[in-house]
Ligand binder design. Structure first.
Ligand code: ME8
Length: 679
């Protein structure tokens, strides 16, 4: 009979870039919990999915020149394929572009609007038209000048919808006090209280008009719903909240746990709970904010080129090795460093030596000393009692650790069993017992106890390392299915069963060789990233400062109105006039232009800059023929660090205006010598 329902979720992942082991960490953790709960008798719903709306995704699609829907469809295919490779056991894969979800979000938005929890208001602030940005009084330069471009700003207002987050301030504070589990671990709870709840919550802007890749506000088609409002709703739209047949919602809500990375804890412990309060729905039992996997002491990020992808590790070392490493190496809740060396050495020590050897030695000894048959109990000694005690108490301890989502402790407990059993071999020395026929009854007991220990190990490992558990079961010759509760009892293994020696579970690795190989992989990723960056820089070089207007989002406007637009990925830093002053602009004359030898999109230009000649590589080949360029006066950003672009040195960048369709060089309106400063 089921012990009850259990609903566990991962964040829904953005569809703008390939997932790395940071993302898989969250999913592997949620998967292990889902498997554990199923195995221990719960009726589980495990949700994962994709977050597909927003400006960032629209821009990613534009960069690739494809419609957003086509782009997200492609990305989702690769994410689903990854979860298949990783044998993730989710029951629901929600996409925020699913019709069901879109309708659900619109219903929620409408309901909150109808009851007055969402209202229409204005961003208000000093507006710089060319930059499309709002500023507060204190951010302005003298004479109300835009801090970004120095032009005069005007007081302006822009319509948007706001969610009354501030209304739930006290209710949330009280909830945090009465239900500490709403935000785990404790450090994050304190962070939320001190940094957000105590200083006071401001209403949240929940609509955008600056782009259209989102769910339309149901009653005002000029606005799309803010991507985070859209995203958090997935946890209930996926269960059919608001639909006539909402059986899953009734059965599984509230969630038992939302597992998220630490950077999105605020969305899940403040904004989402406030929305649920407004909807008059119960809050999730627990939100767990785990730490980051760092690479070279920095957060893994594709844009920094310091990323480790799971596919390489799985292909070479197996899925269970990666899962084990992720859950054992890092303390859930804290940041941890990934290095190739720790990865390989942990595999060798824990998987190859401790676990792998225990299995191969036991099976080999049963074959050698008892014809491959697991014997009946013979002579029992005191020592056996201690082994039995360690083995049968492990399952309850693992249950306790899993309740707290302390995966590393749960696995450590299992390795205590493995370690104790290995020690038992050293203590009982079966190879010595085997020398004298009179010791056979004792040898039988030892062999049986070792097999019994492996049976229990196979059960304990099953939620974490399914295929390893299965291999142990097969090598032990067990025919019955594994049941969690059987790990709590000793003596359950059938006698007379024939063991079957198989391949080594985890072959021993040559640390130096493997680390070198993995470092080479990391370099490949970094090189690919560098090439992509260069290409992006070139594209950028075709844009003028005016272009910043195109990128303008409403974050400044939110601040200006004293309201928060919680959309970190879409925000950008504003440059000060000092930042601007760091750049040196000069007039330059193009004296030579030719195609780049290694890149179709690039031209190699020779520029006269006063007395000096400079080579600049520019991504303008699509819009200009080399022969049309000679003699043109352009504006050069003269003090950029020289770079090599596909093997050609480039000392600076020339300005151009561009949109999706074309690019036009910024030239001079009149004669002036090259090398003249532009300001
Ligand atoms: O934030 N270490 O999606 P996302 C550990 N769409 N975990 C990491 C990690 C790292 N280096 N990098 C990423 C979003 N993660 C939103 C979520 S939910 C309603 C919307 C994990 O694709 C971590 O769990 O940026 C983080 O929260 C998640 O990936 C973010 O994925």
């Amino acid at each position: 009979m089921s012990k009850g329902n259990y609903y566990v979720t991962t964040p829904i992942y953005y569809t703008n870039a390939k997932l790395h082991i940071g993302h898989t960490y969250t999913t592997v953790a949620a998967d292990a919990l889902a498997r554990f709960k199923r195995f221990t008798g719960y009726d589980v719903k495990f949700l994962t999915g994709t977050d597909e709306h927003g400006q960032k995704i629209q821009e990613a699609a534009e960069k690739l020149g494809r419609p957003p829907q086509e782009h997200v469809d492609e990305m989702v295919k690769s994410i689903k394929a990854l979860w298949k490779t990783m044998d993730i056991s989710h029951d629901v894969f929600i996409r925020t572009t699913d019709e069901r979800h879109k309708k659900g979000v619109q219903r929620i938005f409408q309901k909150l609007y109808d009851q007055g929890d969402i209202y229409k208001d204005f961003y208000e602030g000093y507006y710089c038209k060319p930059c499309e940005s709002f500023w507060t009084q204190s951010q302005l330069e003298e004479e109300q000048a835009c801090p970004e471009c120095g032009r005069k700003t005007e007081m302006a207002r822009e319509e948007a919808y706001f969610f009354k987050l501030s209304k739930y301030q006290n209710q949330l504070m009280k909830y945090f006090e009465d239900h500490p589990e709403i935000c785990y671990p404790e450090t994050r709870r304190r962070e939320m209280i001190n940094n957000f709840l105590k200083p006071g919550l401001e209403d949240l802007c929940v609509s955008r008009t600056s782009f259209d890749w989102g769910i339309p506000v149901p009653f005002d088609k000029d606005h799309v719903i803010y991507v985070w409002f859209d995203a958090v709703c997935n946890y209930i739209t996926a269960l059919g909240y608001g639909e006539e047949r909402d059986r899953d919602f009734k059965k599984f809500w509230p969630a038992n746990v939302h597992i998220v990375g630490k950077e999105i804890v605020r969305f899940h412990t403040i904004i989402w709970p406030a929305m649920l309060m407004a909807l008059d729905l119960p809050l999730p039992d627990k939100v767990y904010g785990h730490g980051w996997i760092l690479f070279a002491a920095d957060k893994m990020s594709k844009s920094k080129g310091n990323v480790v992808y799971p596919e390489v590790l799985i292909e070479r070392y197996g899925l269970d090795a990666l899962k084990y490493f992720l859950l054992r190496e890092f303390v859930f809740g804290q940041d941890g460093n990934y290095t190739n060396h720790t990865f390989i050495t942990r595999l060798n020590a824990d998987l190859s030596n401790d676990l792998g050897n225990l299995l191969s030695r036991t099976v080999a000894m049963v074959e050698k000393y008892n014809g491959g048959i697991i014997p009946k109990v013979g002579v029992v000694e005191d020592l056996d009692e201690e082994l039995q005690q360690t083995l049968t108490s492990a399952a309850a301890k693992v249950e306790g650790h899993m309740e707290d989502l302390q995966y590393h402790d749960a696995l450590e407990e299992i390795w205590t069993v493995i370690g104790r059993t290995n020690k038992y071999i050293d203590e009982t020395t079966p190879w010595v017992l085997a020398k004298d026929e009179r010791n056979k009854p004792r040898l039988d007991t030892v062999l049986r106890n070792l097999s019994e220990a492996l049976r229990i190990t196979a059960i304990l490992l099953k939620p974490f390392m399914e295929s390893t558990s299965e291999k142990i079961r097969t090598q032990l010759g067990l025919t019955q299915e594994l049941h969690w509760e059987d790990a709590k009892y000793f003596g359950k293994i059938d006698s007379g069963v024939k063991v079957k020696k198989g391949k080594a579970l985890f072959p021993r690795l040559d640390v130096k060789k493997e680390v070198e190989l993995l470092e080479e992989e990391n370099k490949k990723v970094a090189r690919a990233q560098q090439a992509a960056k260069e290409e992006a820089a070139l594209k950028e070089s075709g844009k003028t400062a005016e272009k910043s207007a195109e990128k303008g989002d409403n974050s400044a406007a939110d601040k200006a109105a004293g309201k928060t637009a919680e959309n970190a990925p879409e925000e950008r830093g504003a440059a000060t006039i000092e930042d601007f002053a760091k750049l040196e602009f000069k007039t330059a004359k193009i004296i030579e232009a030719k195609a780049h030898p290694n890149a179709d999109k690039l031209l190699v230009l020779q520029l006269q800059v006063g007395e000096e000649t400079r080579q600049v590589v520019s991504g303008i080949a699509k819009d200009y023929q080399p022969e049309d360029l000679v003699g043109k006066d352009v504006i050069l950003v003269a003090n950029l660090k020289p770079v090599k672009l596909r093997g050609e040195k480039s000392e600076g960048m020339i300005l151009a205006a561009s949109n999706k369709d074309k690019l036009v060089l910024g030239t001079l309106d009149g004669e002036i010598p090259s090398g003249t400063e532009v300001s």
